[in-house]
Design a protein around this ligand. Structure first.
Ligand SMILES: C[S@@+](CC[C@H](N)C(=O)[O-])C[C@H]1O[C@@H](n2cnc3c(N)ncnc32)[C@H](O)[C@@H]1O
Length: 195
């Protein structure tokens, strides 16, 4: 990542923290992923050479900028999905300012719907950073859309461990995935399809 983009991400992250600080209502907060978690997932994208990355939960585009920079290196594309129209607009502005908008499609909609409409085996890496209780319902479609060596990366797996118990169980029960809880940032639950 070049210095200019790193500086822009630092500023955006600090703005997010300042914005969220006084807000008691969780849903009003931007809740950006930690730089450590976003950097780890960007590393997975580069390591896997992901061509097709799907993020559910865009907020203002902070983590999407990290992933867009990574897919620029792999020649891939990022699709990021957000239900809140104002946040979609904010993400589009921030991606443009960061100079990575060409690598990204920001979808205003529901992540579950986007999964349902995605073709079989079409996504190399899925990032889940939205409403954790919904992830278990996503599972059949997630499994269907992932490529043979597909990766799932789930943020907040340490900070909100209890909310991910069911989803974690689904990932391990299939025996199709190597599952690892990476204690970086708020915790990234990572699963790589092996068979
Ligand atoms: C934790 S924030 C995402 C933070 C973002 N990944 C980042 O690091 O900058 C969660 C976002 O998911 C959005 N969201 C909640 N449910 C969703 C759904 N079903 N589909 C898409 N987005 C959703 C919320 O509006 C919120 O902006």
């Amino acid at each position: 990542m070049d210095h200019q983009l790193a500086a822009y991400l630092d500023t955006l992250y600090q703005e997010g923290r300042t914005h969220d600080g006084p807000l008691a209502d969780r849903l009003l907060r931007l809740r950006n992923m930690t730089p450590a978690a976003a950097g780890f997932i960007a590393l997975l994208i580069r390591t896997q050479r992901s061509r097709s990355v799907l993020e559910i939960g865009t907020s203002n585009g902070y983590s999407a900028i990290w992933f867009a920079d990574a897919v620029r290196d792999t020649g891939g594309r990022l699709t990021t999905v957000e239900t809140d129209k104002t946040r979609v607009e904010s993400a589009l502005r921030n991606l443009q300012r960061a100079g990575v908008a060409a690598q990204v499609e920001v979808v205003h909609g529901d992540g579950g719907d986007v999964l349902t409409h995605a073709p079989d085996a079409s996504v190399d890496l899925v990032v889940l950073d939205a409403e954790r209780p919904a992830y278990a319902d996503y599972w059949p479609e997630l499994r269907r859309v992932l490529t043979p060596h597909g990766v799932v990366a789930v943020d907040n797996a340490v900070s909100h461990r209890a909310q991910l118990t069911e989803f974690h169980g689904l990932l391990t029960q299939t025996q199709e995935f190597a599952v690892h809880l990476q204690e970086v940032g708020d915790g990234v639950l990572t699963a790589v399809r092996t068979r």
